[in-house]
Ligand binder design. Sequence first.
Ligand code: NAP
Length: 292
Amino acid sequence: MRRPTILVTGAAGQVGFELARLLAAHGDVVAADRARLDLGNPDAVVGAVRGAKPGLIVNAGAYTAVDLAEKEAEKAAAINARAPGILAEEAKRIGAALVHYSTDYVFDGNRTTPYPEDAPTAPLNVYGATKLGGERAIAAVGGAAIVFRTSWVYGRRGKNFLLTIERLAAERDELRIVADQVGVPNWCRVLAEATARVVGGGIPALAERAGLYHLSSTGTASWYEFARAIVGDAAKPRVMPITTAEYPLPARRPAYGVLATSRFEAAFGFALPLWEDALARCRSEPADLLPG
Ligand SMILES: NC(=O)c1ccc[n+]([C@@H]2O[C@H](COP(=O)([O-])OP(=O)(O)OC[C@H]3O[C@@H](n4cnc5c(N)ncnc54)[C@H](OP(=O)(O)O)[C@@H]3O)[C@@H](O)[C@H]2O)c1
């Protein structure tokens, strides 16, 4: 069988970087970072798909600056809502499959038990609203598309909570971390590995399972608990719990964003590791194997 071409957008991002590497086992990867494909430019999106003629598009590019999005709603909407719709249309036109990522921030966080895929959405911020727009645009096209909602992505590169806490831990005696927002930290490599495993089952099998899935490690944590796990047993810094009200940010965040993953597990036959185990694995990576 011919190896498919796999177009990966956002290929310099946390998830995109890992995907571009891991998906090479399953096809010829066209790794398009923002310089190569600006998702905010509809003509460029169409041109990239028509140029690459992929059998699979994996859209890891996104406008992920949650607070800045409050001021850049139009830009965020172009990248997070309109581009996924164009990718879905172009994929359908050429019989390609699409894998896309969304977020727990489509929910308002008022639940206290894990969100199933069909729970009502009600984003609290612009980022969440634009990501919901992307989900809807893909669903409206109705092609062979899989949408994975995930949460709290971190890794050894880019901007994320793990790297921020590691930096602050070296600088400060005390860290004050929000304890009243609960979710699940997800290592970008685990998300990419899960995607690669799904893709490895073949594009027809993937197309048969088109739909919306929650893809997340298991367990739960507050940001405070996540920070404590990062700092570990070190005497310094002290990690102190605070409330969201004590750490105001431009964008509101859901208080609870745990995603129920049973639909994914039933469809694809495996679960992601506990978040603590994924974090330990991430942090045990030898430095010379770290990308970026
Ligand atoms: N990060 C999280 O906590 C989180 C949580 C839930 C869901 N997700 C979703 O998971 C997916 C992967 O996110 P991630 O954590 O890997 O995010 P990320 O590290 O911020 O990567 C996103 C990539 O998209 C790129 N990008 C931004 N604007 C673009 C544009 N106009 N054209 C092309 N590329 C553009 C970014 O480039 P620049 O760096 O140059 O801007 C970045 O390389 C996204 O769909 C995201 O919404 C993320």
